[in-house]
Write a protein that binds this ligand. Structure first.
Ligand SMILES: NC(=O)C1=CN([C@@H]2O[C@H](COP(=O)(O)OP(=O)(O)OC[C@H]3O[C@@H](n4cnc5c(N)ncnc54)[C@H](O)[C@@H]3O)[C@@H](O)[C@H]2O)[C@@H](O)CC1
Ligand SMILES: Nc1ncnc2c1ncn2[C@@H]1O[C@H](COP(=O)(O)OP(=O)(O)O)[C@@H](O)[C@H]1O
Ligand SMILES: [K+]
Length: 508
């Protein structure tokens, strides 16, 4: 599990060291560890590209705070390894000790002014590696003035390798909001712990690969702001049938999906659920859709009955529902009201009551989340949701009292109790029609199997209240991995994602 923290949480954890309460110079020790980790990460990245260190060039863009200090100390270490190093001091001032070490190691420093931004951008853009150490967790808003002009020009020249020190400058460490201009990094080397803003879009767009360097504050960190499940967490959390298992003990999922206009959504949702290993799927819906479901997935049991008469452990409602099919919409409302865990997708989102419950998982994409918030009296258009995904999903979970999964390149999940998960295994090839229906099916399949198993989650440090969010995150991870597997770098179909999900489940 990757745990991520807000900038404030990390700064709080660092405080005792900076106050020298743990001995004089403890703060400087943290900075040395950070710089050493950053320099080593740069060396590995260059070597990974088959470049020799000796004679390669590095340009460090250094602000006046400790982030600039980290960058200057790291550049001093790189100069000591034979690299040609130039520092661009973006704020006139610089971290004194860092600059002294940099100069002593043979580095050349030049101060950014209103007149030389284009010239320095051209110089830095020609370096083998650019280190962005302008702003870190102490940033207030984005870059301004000459520093903004430098980054704008540098972004246009697309440097070979950009390494962000702690966080790309201009990205908010707490929220992932990005204040333009931001120089997109290939690698972000972050200190003490991952910052939440690196694991939420749009911050994640600019972060590249994220590498965490331990600096000794780890034990002082509080409960994480955001978590990401990794393969070993999934292995521990996923269900395996017991020897005496039968189809009912393994979990039955009820599916209320599809309409004459979108019958395929019902099929894809069922395929997702079956791939997730559910004991049985019971489909409720119009006869023409049920026929298609039977033909595509003969293992699904279809009927035109009512929710109250259907014995299941969890419900999936909404994928492909038509807003004119009142019978299906009523089934969706009954399911969400049943007290059973329910994943509510697409067409169900506008049909359900405003206030729900934690075991109801809503799965909007950014446009649907914008519409959902609008109904709750919050005006946030699609682009505003995309610009602040973490706070948008937090608000939606708070207002609806449901668990909310926001789909996108990074999938974010928020529980109404302020537990957050972020998964980013996916490939953009997943952005294909029907892909969300398969995700809904996987969530439903997992809800039916492990929704009631509080102990399984507690063993992995997940509160009972947070398990609905964790299940949604598990499904997003499996769906993302399945997309990558089915894609192999090329186009995928939603059916292909469902097929690959079964293989991903087996591997995990
Ligand atoms: N606190 C610690 O113990 C450690 C901190 N570390 C580094 O220190 C960083 C935080 O350092 P600081 O607190 O000095 O903060 P920063 O280095 O992020 O920047 C703060 C400085 O920039 C100015 N500033 C803020 N927003 C600005 C803006 N939009 N435009 C221009 N200038 C702006 C501030 O006035 C301040 O002088 C971390 O990101 C990390 O890189 C590491 O050295 C590890 C240890
Ligand atoms: N750029 C992207 N990169 C990775 N995954 C994406 C991207 N865009 C969308 N996805 C994923 O693809 C799925 C699309 O779901 P959705 O928008 O509901 O599609 P549909 O309604 O057509 O089924 C979601 O799981 C989402 O997270
Ligand atoms: K930075």
């Amino acid at each position: 599990m990757i745990s991520a923290y807000t900038g404030t949480q990390v700064r709080e954890a660092e405080k005792p060291f900076l106050d020298d309460a743990l001995g004089p110079g403890a703060g400087a020790v943290l900075m040395q560890r950070a710089a050493y980790g950053l320099a080593n990460a740069v060396i590995s990245a260059l070597r990974g590209r088959g470049q020799r260190l000796y004679g390669s060039s590095v340009a460090v863009l250094a602000g006046k705070g400790n982030n600039g200090g980290d960058g200057l100390f790291a550049a001093a270490l790189l100069a000591g390894r034979g690299m040609r190093t130039t520092a661009v001091l973006t704020a006139g001032d610089a971290h004194d000790a860092g600059l002294a070490a940099f100069r002593k190691a043979g580095g050349y420093a030049v101060t950014l002014t209103g007149d030389n931004a284009a010239e320095l951008a051209a110089m830095a853009g020609g370096a083998d590696v650019v280190i962005d150490a302008i702003l870190g967790t102490g940033a207030q808003g984005g870059l301004r003035g000459p520093a903004a002009a430098l980054i704008e020009a540098l972004s246009r020249s697309r440097p070979d390798l950009v390494v962000a020190c702690d966080i790309p400058s201009g990205v908010d460490a707490d929220s992932g909001e990005a204040h333009a201009p931001v120089l997109a990094a290939d690698l972000t080397v972050t200190f003490g712990a991952a910052k939440a803003g690196l694991l939420a879009d749009p911050g994640a767009d600019s972060a590249g690969r994220v590498r965490v360097i331990p600096i000794g504050i780890e034990l002082a960190l509080p409960w994480p702001a955001l978590r990401r499940l990794e393969a070993r967490d999934l292995s521990a959390l996923l269900p395996r049938p017991e020897r005496r298992a039968h189809k009912y003990s393994r979990g039955v999922l009820g599916v209320v999906a599809g309409s004459s206009a979108y019958p395929g959504a019902a099929v894809l949702a069922c395929k997702g659920a079956l791939a997730a290993g559910v004991g049985m799927v019971r489909y409720l819906g119009p006869p023409d859709v049920a026929d298609l479901v039977r033909q595509s997935c003969p293992e699904v049991v279809c009927s035109a009955g009512a929710v109250a008469d259907t014995h299941v452990q969890a419900w999936l409602v909404g994928s492909g529902l038509d807003d004119s099919d009142e019978q299906q919409l009523q089934r969706a409302r009954d399911a969400a009201d049943s007290g059973l865990p329910t994943i509510a997708d697409a067409g169900a989102l506008p049909a359900l009551p405003e206030v729900l419950a934690p075991q109801v998982i809503l799965t909007p994409h950014a446009g649907e989340l914008s519409a959902l918030l609008e109904r709750l009296g919050v005006s946030l258009d699609r682009s505003a949701v995309e610009a602040s995904t973490l706070s948008a999903v937090r608000r939606a979970a708070g207002l609806t009292e449901a668990t909310v999964l926001l789909k996108g390149a990074t999938t974010l999940v928020a529980s109404p109790f302020q537990d957050f998960f972020s998964q980013a295994e996916a490939t953009p090839w997943l952005a294909t029609a029907g892909s969300g229906d398969v995700l809904a099916g996987i969530i439903g399949g997992l809800l039916a199997q492990v929704g009631a198993d509080v102990g399984r989650f507690g063993d992995q440090g997940i509160d009972p209240d947070a398990r609905w969010a964790a299940i949604a995150a598990m499904a997003a991870s499996i769906h993302g991995r399945a997309g990558v597997r089915a894609s192999g770098g090329g186009p995928v179909t939603a059916s292909g994602i469902a097929d690959a999900a079964r293989e991903v489940m087996r591997e995990l």
